[in-house]
Design a protein around this ligand. Structure first.
Ligand SMILES: Cc1ncc(COP(=O)(O)O)c(C=O)c1O
Length: 453
């Protein structure tokens, strides 16, 4: 059996149970993995549907040019369909979008115009305005307008909704979806609610977007709008595809939580997905108290992780935005993981023989030496052996006669890298100066213990 062209492979995506990442959620959580669409995103569905409906209505004519403002995924679906159906594509996108997305559109032969993000939608430079202008100027062109074109949500009403209903055998109780144009949530949610009106439809929004406040108050508040990093979801206007009656609630997720959760989905579930999947799972965790063990939640994973290699999957990018948890150990964290923190030392006036006894009893090979409570040196097994071989009567000599220089001193903020560089054959430990003037000690063993967790 074969498909006649790549477009026939769109849809029928797998539904996969999540295990680790949702272990604190008292419900069954299933992810609809839309990355298996040929363009690696859910948008293939609506892109083809918009084109087919425009062909039927005569808006898109043979040899025409498709012009759209797209953040990438819709463009990919449109560009793919355009190749098979013989259309040209010009896309406008914003400078916020991943470079990978823009390059991928160009790989499909599309012309891509990158516009500034931080301008009003009505601004002539915005990607909405530029695409509208091109539509007027380019002959035989058609602008799908994924925001207001209801073929978008209709695609999900006809495909995504029925697939989920069948895959869960009607057991779905909650649908959770990141909302951008609103097509996915509105079409899928409408179908599912027609099957079972008790199904809850939850939308994930971002800080910097207008949806949540509008749903809760009916007020379109421009003050809610500010630039954000999360891709694919949230808007600064109300697209016709967002059906606020179908959506029961919106939950906002921060850029940082969405970015870090995107990585965790990959690490904990082995599912390589994009930023809006991270936002969706972070949002679900925020809402977990509203769920019961018998609930069956379906979360949409819109697109593939490969489009975010320069962003959420790049540690430098995360670090620059302060998103990366500081995973580096310091003296402070190493000490916190130590069981006993009593520091053993010997006074410089004690005899070498007393030092040997102390070291034997405690089974240690090096010991700090003090004078009036101050650290002035150290005594190591090797130094004792060398001295006694040369002159056995030194046993009754004071420690200070053979001690060597003190262990290096560090403070609580010293990094594990620095501490490790100070520890060698001559120094098996470092002394940590505490804020109250006392000292603690970190040995090689303590470092190994801290690293292994
Ligand atoms: C990665 C990603 N996630 C989520 C969405 C939101 O889907 P919808 O536009 O159907 O609301 C989009 C839409 O562009 C997207 O590209």
């Amino acid at each position: 059996m074969w498909y006649n062209n790549i477009l026939e492979t769109i849809g029928n995506t797998p539904l996969v149970k999540l295990n680790q990442i949702v272990k604190d959620i008292p419900a069954t959580v299933l992810a609809k993995i839309e990355t298996t669409n040929p363009g690696n995103s859910i948008k293939d569905r609506m892109a083809l549907k918009m084109i087919e409906d425009a062909e039927k209505s005569g808006k898109l004519k043979p040899g025409g040019t498709i012009i759209e403002g797209t953040s990438g995924n819709t463009g990919m679906g449109l560009a793919m369909a355009a190749i098979i159906k013989g259309y040209k594509c010009i896309f406008t996108t914003t400078d916020k979008q991943s470079k990978e997305k823009v390059d991928a559109l160009r790989a499909f032969g599309a012309e891509v115009i990158v516009c500034p993000t931080n301008v009003e939608p009505e601004d002539p430079r915005s990607y909405y305005s530029v695409s509208s202008r091109l539509e007027r100027e380019v002959p035989n062109s058609w602008k799908p307008n994924q925001y207001d074109n209801l073929s978008n949500s209709q695609a999900h009403y006809e495909q995504t909704g029925p697939e989920i209903w069948e895959q869960t055998e009607g057991k779905i109780t909650h649908l959770l979806v990141g909302v951008g144009t609103g097509g996915t949530i509105s079409g899928t949610g409408k179908y599912l609610k027609e099957k079972n009106p008790n199904i809850q439809v939850w939308g994930i929004d971002t800080y910097g977007s207008v949806f949540k406040k509008y749903k809760e108050t009916g007020i379109f508040d421009k003050n809610e709008v500010y630039p954000y990093i999360t891709e694919g979801i949230g808007e600064d206007f109300l697209p016709a595809n967002v059906d606020f009656d179908t959506i029961d609630l919106f939950e906002k997720v921060t850029d940082k939580d969405a970015a870090l959760m995107t990585r965790e989905i990959c690490r904990q579930e082995g599912i390589f997905v994009g930023n809006s999947a991270g936002a969706a799972i972070a949002g679900l965790l925020q809402l977990k108290d509203q769920l019961k063990p018998e609930d069956v939640v379906v979360v949409i994973f819109h697109d593939h992780g490969s489009r975010y290699m320069g962003k959420m999957y790049n540690e430098d990018w995360l670090r620059e935005r302060g998103f990366l948890k500081d995973e580096k150990l310091t003296a402070s964290t190493i000490l916190a993981k130590k069981e006993s923190s009593e520091i053993i030392s010997i006074d410089c006036e004690k005899t070498i023989s007393e030092a040997i006894n102390t070291m034997n009893t405690l089974n240690i090979s090096q010991i700090p030496v003090t004078q009036k409570g101050m650290f002035v040196g150290k005594l190591a097994e090797g130094d004792i052996l060398k001295a006694l071989l040369e002159n056995p009567s030194l046993k009754s000599a004071p420690v200070e006669s053979i001690m060597t220089s003190s262990f290096p001193f560090v403070d609580l903020n010293t990094s594990i890298d620095k501490i490790s560089s100070l520890i060698n054959k001559e120094n098996s430990a470092v002394l940590v100066e505490l804020p109250d003037g006392r000292f603690d000690i970190i040995t090689q063993y303590d470092i190994i213990n801290a690293i292994k967790g």
